[in-house]
Design a binder for this molecule. Structure first.
Ligand code: HEM
Length: 476
């Protein structure tokens, strides 16, 4: 695929007129075309999967919205080469929310790999997760138990419908809080049951410029003007953030003591902890479970039956659910990877070139100058038809057997699925944990139920899922 000689070409595409070009592109992106069509039409127009365009939010929030978009499986990994690209303040793209949202600190996810603090913090996070690995399975199963009871309650109370997102938002928050705070349930802290609401409020003021509510057309210009002209000031989320900070400061004693022992400042470590728990972990998971149930739900009863057989057989043979018994469930593992391939929960990645370099696509190579902003729409990289057969189709068994070789093209964690996060890269330190949680979620689901039905609707971030029915397990 990448060994053949390809011609050097100019990067096609234009940024349009200053200011107006960026506004026009963002209207195409959010309102006129939508994100997939936005990129697909430009690929077609320029006959290239590497091209120039503006990315939202644009004026006045980002001072320079111009990017080089990498839209195939060959060029996308340039974004992951930390020797060639810098990841300084680019977590959210061409703008960065005020550090007042995080106590005045630039937290780990905004730091470049060449900043010493990144190495220190990332090493500490990886160690902190490794120290808690024995808690992952029992703690999450406990949270899942609460969640399924609530779903069943809602199904019997609310005219046969259950709000999956609401229930799993709470489950995600409870899990991550308990994992990081010595198993203390957030309801026993100053947060009571308000944790997810407080995080949502804090997140929305940071991320609103990247979203659309999907309102009827006549509201588009108003929405665009209101959320993309000036950044929301951090004081709007100040009281919510303070409550979250206080809860972690009083409950995460082991974490914060260990941070101090590792040479980190306790206050800075606590702001990093709130960001890791609220933005990285909870923000990712609250979208991840709806995406998993959406695809497994849409596949229907045949896949449900196959998963039921595999899961119940292995659990019975192995005498329970452990990390190693999950490893024996090859269909389950493949299904989770396929979800991450077809709909990565965090689809946009950004990085600035450290030096002049050459970016390759399947058919051409392109010279990029030092300091230019690269942008990857991961959904197109992991649905590249020249790497994945039937790339647009959800193929449950895609990654079984020989198919495992394709895992190097799955990038949901900001790195290939075959590589691991480290202090010297920007790959998600929660990578293995997230995969484990998705597997556990499906295992619990199919131990309890034979099949289920859902309704899917779009929402500002990710799909909104309503459970319409659950069929209780007919075998054990
Ligand atoms: C479904 C859930 C998750 C998804 C989709 C996800 C995805 C990602 C992605 C794409 C990045 C890189 C962002 C970038 O630099 O462009 C990232 C970074 C990060 N994630 Fe996750 N993540 C998830 C869950 C978690 C969890 C559970 C944790 C911790 C317990 C975590 C902690 C972090 C941290 C600290 C970073 C910054 C890494 C660095 O600066 O080197 N994430 N995550």
């Amino acid at each position: 695929m990448s060994s053949k000689q390809v011609p050097v070409k100019q990067i096609p595409g234009s940024y349009g007129l200053p200011f107006l070009g960026a506004i026009s592109d963002r209207h195409d992106f959010f309102y006129k075309q939508g994100r997939d069509k936005f990129f697909a039409t430009r690929i077609q127009q320029h006959n290239s999967t590497v091209l120039r365009t503006n990315m939202p939010p644009g004026p006045l929030i980002s001072s320079d919205p111009r990017v080089i978009a990498l839209l195939d499986a060959v060029s996308f990994p340039t974004l992951l080469d930390n020797d060639k690209v810098e990841k300084l303040n680019v977590l959210d793209g061409t703008f960065m929310p005020s550090t007042n949202f995080t106590g005045g600190y630039r937290v780990c996810a905004y730091l470049d790999t060449r900043e010493q603090n990144h190495t220190l913090l990332k090493r500490f996070f990886l160690q902190m997760l490794a120290d808690r690995k024995d808690a992952f399975v029992p703690l999450f199963r406990n949270c899942l138990q609460e969640a399924f009871i609530e779903i069943q309650d809602q199904l019997s109370r609310k005219s046969g419908k259950a709000d999956f997102n609401g229930v799993f938002t709470d489950a995600s928050f409870n899990f991550i809080f308990r994992l990081l705070c010595d198993n203390k349930h957030p309801s026993l802290t100053n947060l009571a049951s308000q944790g997810p609401k407080l995080v949502n409020k804090w997140l929305v003021f940071q991320l609103a410029p990247l979203a659309t509510l999907g309102l009827p057309r006549i509201f588009n210009y108003i929405e665009d003007f209101l959320i993309r002209t000036l950044p929301f000031p951090a004081w709007l989320a100040k009281s919510s953030y303070k409550k979250l900070y206080d809860a972690f400061e009083t409950s995460a004693t082991t974490f914060l003591d260990a941070a101090e022992n590792a040479g980190l400042d306790r206050t800075e470590a606590c702001h990093n902890l709130v960001f890791l728990a609220g933005f990285n972990a909870y923000g990712g998971l609250k979208n991840q479970f709806p995406v998993v149930i959406k695809h497994v739900g849409l596949c229907g009863e045949k896949l449900h039956g196959d998963l039921v057989s595999e899961i119940r057989r292995v659990v019975s043979d192995e005498g329970g659910i452990t990390v190693s018994s999950l490893e024996k469930m090859s269909l389950l593992k493949s299904v989770v990877y396929e979800v991450m391939r077809i709909e990565p929960a965090v689809p946009y990645q950004y990085a600035r070139t450290r030096e002049d370099l050459v970016v390759r696509s399947h058919d051409a190579s392109f010279e990029v100058k030092k300091g230019e902003m690269l942008f990857g729409y991961q959904t197109f990289a992991t649905k590249d038809p020249r790497v994945f057969e039937d790339a647009e189709v959800f193929v449950p068994g895609r990654f079984i057997g020989e198919g495992e070789k394709l895992l190097k093209h799955v990038f949901w964690s900001n790195g290939p699925e075959t590589e691991d996060p480290s202090p010297t890269n920007k790959q998600c330190p929660g990578k293995n944990l997230v995969v484990l949680l998705c597997r556990l979620f499906l295992v619990e689901l199919f131990l309890r139920y034979d099949t289920f039905e859902i309704e899917v609707a779009p929402s500002a971030f990710g799909p909104a899922i309503t459970i319409k029915s659950l069929t209780k397990a007919s075998t054990i």
